[in-house]
Each structure stands twice: as C-alpha cells, then as structure tokens.
Design a protein around this ligand. Sequence first.
Ligand code: LLP
Length: 425
Amino acid sequence: PDSAVNAPGGDVSLAGVSLAELAERHGTPVYVLDETEVRSRARAWRRALPDAEVVYAAKAFVCRAVVDWMAEEGLGLDVCSAGELELAATRGFPPERVVLHGNAKSPRDLRTALRIGVGRIVIDSDCEIARIASQVPKGATQKVLVRVLPGIEAGAHRKIRTGAEGQKFGLSIAGGDAEDAVVRVLGQPGLQLAGLHCHLGSQITSTEPYGEAVRRVVAFLARIRDRHGVTLPELDLGGGFAAAYLPGDAAPSPEAYGRRITEELSAACADFAYPLPRLTVEPGRSIMAPAGVALYRVLSVKRTGTQVFVAVDGGMSDNPRPALYGARYTVRMVGRTTAAPMRATTVVGRHCEAGDILAEDVELPEDVRPGDVLAVPASGAYQVSMASGYNMTGRPPVVAVSGGRSRLLLRRETFEDQRARDVGV
Ligand code: LLP
C-alpha cells in the first residue's frame, strides 16, 4: 500500500478501491485499512516463527473485525484492559490465546480476565501477585508470566523504551526484583509460573537488541533454575518490531527478527544447558501500521514568510504520534492530477495548538488547495487507537478495503455520541 500511495497524484487506489472515492463517501478524516495486507503480515509472522505463538498487540488498533482476522490467522491477542478483553470475548476469541498485560491492572481488568479464562496474565509488580492469586477459584490455577526488565535501551523514542532501567514497566533483573517476584509467584498455589516476559520497547529498527535480550533473559532463567530448582517452559519476548514510515526507513522483516531470535535462543540455551522454552512474540505495529492510510481534506493553505502551511481537517486528535514522539510521515495528494512543481510544505492539523503538526517539510504540489485530499501512508497503528476527544471534532471512521470492495468497520463519532455521555446539568 505504501508504494500505491507514493504515486505522484491522480487517482490512487488501495486494494482496488479509489482513495478519493472513499474520502467522498465517508467524509474526512477517514482511516482506510487493507485487510489483505493485515492478514498477510500476520501470516508472515507465523511463517517466520512456526514453532512460536504470535500474539497480536491489540493496542496498535483493534475492533471486532481485527479480532476476527487474528483469530482466523491463528494469532493470539495481547490485551491490556477489560475493554479489550470484553471485545475479544464478544467475538468468541479463544481465551487461552489471550495474554493480559498492564503495569496497573484494575479490579475490573483482573475480574474480567479470570472470568473469561485468559491463557496468561503478565505480572508487572510485586503487589499484584497476591492480589491475582486471591482471586483464582480454589483448586484452580492461573498461568502467569513474570515481566522482567533486561536493562536494554531500544526503541525510537524515550517514551517507548520499556526495556530500560528507570521506567515504570517490568521487574529489574539486575536489581533483584525479578528474582524476588519469581520466588513469590512460586509460593502461590493459585498461580502457575509458566515463564518470563520482556518487552524492550517499540519501533526497534535493529534485530540486535532482541539478541541481547535473549542472552540476558536466558542467563536469568538458568540462575532461577540453579538457585530455585525450577525450569520454566515459556519465554515471551514482547513486540517492538519496526514499520517503515519514510522511504528508506529500516524495518527488518519478520523473517529477519525471527531468525535472530531463534539463533540467539538456541545458542544461549545451549550455553546454559537449558531446554528451549516455547517462544511468544507480540507484534503490533509491524502488522498494522503499513496496512493503513489516513485521508484528510485540505481546509486552508497559508503562506507566511518562507513557510507554507497546509491545514487539514484532522490532526493530533486522530494522530498524536508526531506531537508525542516526533514521529515522521510522508504525505501525498490523491484524486487530482497536477503538473505544478512540488515544494516543501508543513501539513498541520486543525487543533488549537501550535504543536498540532502532522508532517514537516513534505513535498506537495505548489497548487495544493482547499478541498484536495491528502493521504498519509503507514497510518494503521497507534493512531485511531490513540485518538482522543480533543476539541470535540469526533473520532474518525475506519473503513476496510479488500478485493475492490470497502466496508465500514468503525463509524465516525458524532455529536450525538458525545452528547449521550454528557449527562450533567
Ligand atoms: N507487547 C507489549 C507488552 C507492549 O507494551 C507493546 C506495545 C507491544 C507488545 C507491541 O509493540 P509493537 O510491536 O506495536 O511495537 N504509542 C506508541 C507505541 C507504544 C507501544 C506500547 N506497547 C507509538 O505510537 O509509537
């Protein structure tokens, strides 16, 4: 889809559906998701790691259709709230393939997880160990993983580097917290310690940090065995695999990540004479980002000094990533052909902040004007799922395309929706 949208203008289509027509039919901003692309990326992960569990990180983007696609492609689901759990349950998603995450699971999250019977709960703090154990019905056991902090700096931005010491996630291996938690879990009859989890961060453009993580975690597994006499059968390495946003961005294939991980795992296990654990990975972005395109309509064009601002009808309420992480995107005009030369343009949103910038210094035709449709590729992950109610502009709809057809997955949030929850006087 990236290459389709990188055409110089004119009518661009995705999965045989014209983007300009979708913008017309559904209004803008609108997010378009290529179903075939999502499914084939999900399959690529399964092919890359045939002996592993591939668990899709729902936080990247989820709705009923996506839950169904993942179920059909044989993936599991990483969820981090009762809402995501309920959604999976309403679609009959196999509960044993669900992994519950969170550094602060609410009573409702835990209640829902135990009611649905999720396959794994990932322990992220000492204080939740007894809390979870006390809720497991007598005689039953809940499989859990302990989330360890390997102390690795990886990821595109400080705010998404979850494997480093000094941030809120995980239990430090170096600091001893991980070992303490393992011992405590082993002492809870209601909990079955299935293994360890670690998640390094997000948008990790190299396979190397995974190699390092595997070496550190396997060394820790061996230490647990030697000191406490338990061999743990599972290792969940989390997600974080990169997607390409700009031409030339590094985004290793699932095969490349998979090869690095399996090679390092075999080597590390051989070194410690540790039996190969069953592996889980949790890709989110790498499955979803490349399959989505955001469409906006130009509302105004402003020239000030040397800068050209093209303002569109969405912005940080549907895509907070540039404002939060300095994330960068390409932008293409679609639906109209022009011979006008290209020039450097700043595409801004409609929200009441100077920081509401979607893309700086992108090449757009000089004659771009109100009414034109702009497409932002690689928009499938962490945009709609992070959309907010800012300025009451209404969260955007999501349309799926495949085989020349489109269907609405999420409808646009209307004023009626907003009014319905405004129940005060
Ligand atoms: N597993 C766990 C435990 C996670 O916390 C995450 C993402 C994933 C898997 C999936 O990571 P992925 O493969 O999608 O990188 N909002 C940020 C990204 C936050 C990622 C949070 N955790 C962004 O837009 O860049």
